[in-house]
Unconditional design. Structure first.
Length: 296
């Protein structure tokens, strides 16, 4: 059995595409606290916690002045509209236009200002990340949620966010057949995938987890994983120069890996060059799991 590391491209993002959201506070009462967690903080700090928590949709203050943060779920409770005298509040997390970055939106019956449905995003960027969007509609006596949810990745993949791109990362395994480094990228392309490097400590941790899982599943004593990095012809002759010890010393498909900061080598980035070992692998021998070495 051989293994190679690849990623499935799912979504491209950039700083200019960033979602702008605000917390909009209304007099209201949620019909259920089933997805809510009581917080020890003041109302203001509780609302801030919700704002900073990806999966949080709203913060709720009850009549005992206890604040709750409420996470996205597929059956979000309705919120009843109340009066100031009831002293209960709800802060909805909703998207706003770029023009309102430094301003408060205005209109009747917020967050559905002047009858326009509000939208929100509670998507998560953890390895089991989910796309979680919702709209909020005014009913005349309060607000109801319409929700949409889906996993960012297939069940065998982990989601990761790099500075300019989102993707799903997993191991590709060939059962009862060995493959060479040169076969990995074409094999990925055959299934509309791409060969990948490792961009962060979080990605490394996730890959090591998968290596251990597959070793246990297949009863393997060790499992080396091809990583997207093959030493250039120039650096095969001069492997210890500064350039050749950096990402510039390797031919790669995955151009979003900008450096080797996340790579811990068994020796160093020049290892094996003089004896024909030019292709990078991640080691999974039970002792050095997650370290990098080179093979032919």
């Amino acid at each position: 059995m051989s293994a190679f590391l690849f990623f499935l491209l799912t979504d491209i993002t950039s700083n200019s595409d960033a979602i702008i959201q605000k917390m909009v506070v209304v007099w209201g009462r949620t019909e259920s606290f089933s997805s809510c967690v009581a917080q020890p903080d003041t109302w203001i700090l509780c609302v801030e916690t919700c704002f900073k928590t990806e999966s949080c949709v709203m913060a709720v203050l009850d009549n005992t002045e206890t604040c709750y943060t409420c996470a996205f779920n597929e059956s979000m409770p309705n919120v009843q509209q109340t009066m100031k005298e009831d002293k209960v509040k709800v802060a909805f997390k909703v998207k706003v236009d770029e023009s309102l970055v430094d301003k408060c939106p205005a209109g009747e019956n917020p967050p559905t200002f002047d009858g326009v449905m509000a939208e929100g995003d509670a998507s998560t960027t953890t390895p089991d990340g989910k796309i979680q969007n919702y709209t909020i509609a005014y009913t005349g006596t309060g607000w109801k949620f319409l929700v949409f949810s889906m996993a960012r990745c297939l069940s065998e993949c982990f989601f990761y966010r790099r500075p300019t791109i989102d993707w799903c990362l997993t191991l590709g395994l060939t059962i009862d057949a060995n493959i060479s480094y040169s076969q990995t990228s074409p094999l990925c392309q055959k299934y509309n995938l791409e060969f990948s490097g490792v961009a962060s400590a979080d990605e490394l941790k996730g890959i090591v987890y998968q290596i251990k899982y597959y070793k246990a599943q297949e009863s393997l004593p060790s499992l080396n994983v091809f990583v997207d990095a093959q030493r250039t012809t120039e650096c095969q002759a001069t492997p210890t120069t500064e350039k050749c010890m950096s990402i510039e010393g390797f031919n790669t498909v995955d151009k979003s890996v900008q450096n080797l900061d996340g790579y811990q080598f068994m020796t160093d980035a020049s290892a094996g060059a003089t004896i024909g070992k030019q292709c990078m692998v991640m080691v999974g021998d039970g002792v050095n799991d997650g370290k990098f070495d080179f093979v032919e």
